[in-house]
Design a protein around this ligand. Structure first.
Ligand code: PGA
Length: 251
């Protein structure tokens, strides 16, 4: 397996300045990868906390990422943040197309793709999220929904070095209901095949699982052959839990 693992912490709209600094310092201080370990770890705090968290992570093996970006490089877009600005202040990653953005902010596959294109243009690694709702799963539409999202959300120019895909079944996010290893293996296998059909190095894209990842289930999820890491929400707000998930990832 040549793909280095990636564990991403998505803090969502949580934390105040002092908590964020303390949490980032605890995670940075506790993550001491052995020599030769190529795994990546990234924290994605709320936008106003990026600079402070970046300072707390300076000199550590933990990278900084945004939770969203605008598709345009600058302009009259009140409240939005450009991918260029994220890169300029020290981010290496940005999450795009999280289901909370797709659902609560009405983001379509085309919007997500435009944001991912902006991320790539800014030199960021895009973490593009996909995932079916419970209704779609129960209707037997999981595979077709994931294919549609991959085809519509992943830029044609995306490549394994610049793009990560996170499979996050909507029904497993923040619910404590983790997908079974069989469900994850099937979804990731389908994503891998779809990416390989669409991109020359599609077989090498890193695929993350997200949705109620905790220290007690991370080991079995991260051991699946097509799971290259995790996108962690709730458990990333606790340094001990997040570091335990990082420790469960392969090097
Ligand atoms: P969760 O969130 O780990 O709290 O389920 C995952 C995510 O939304 O990225």
């Amino acid at each position: 397996m040549t793909r280095p693992s990636l564990i991403a912490g998505n803090w969502k709209m949580n934390g105040m300045l002092a908590d964020a600094r303390a949490l980032a310092k605890a995670i940075a201080g506790g993550h001491r990868p052995a020599a030769g370990n190529r795994s990546d770890v990234v924290l994605c705090p709320p936008a106003p906390l990026l600079l402070a968290v970046g300072e707390a992570l300076a000199g550590s093996a933990v990278a900084l990422g945004g939770q969203d970006c605008h598709a345009k490089p600058s302009g009259a877009f009140t409240g939005d943040v450009s991918a260029r600005l994220l890169a300029d202040i020290g981010c290496r990653y940005v999450i795009v197309g999280h289901s909370e953005r797709r659902t609560l902010h009405g983001e379509s596959d085309a919007t997500v793709r435009a944001k991912a294109e902006a991320a790539l243009a800014a030199g960021l690694i895009a973490i593009i999220c996909v995932g079916e709702t419970l209704a779609e799963r129960e209707a037997g539409a999981t595979a077709s929904v994931l294919e549609r999202q991959i085809d519509g959300s992943v830029p044609a120019a995306a490549a394994a070095a610049t793009t990560v895909v996170a499979y996050e079944p909507v029904w497993a996010i923040g619910t404590g209901k983790v997908a079974t290893t069989a469900q994850v293996a099937e979804a990731h296998g389908g994503l891998r095949r779809r990416l390989a059909r669409n991109h020359a190095d599609g077989g090498e894209f890193r695929l993350l699982y997200g949705g109620s990842v905790k220290p007690d289930n991370a080991g079995e999820l991260l051991a699946l052959p097509d799971v290259d890491g995790a996108l962690v929400g709730g458990a990333s707000l606790d340094a001990g839990q997040f570091l335990a998930i990082v420790a469960a990832a392969r090097g």
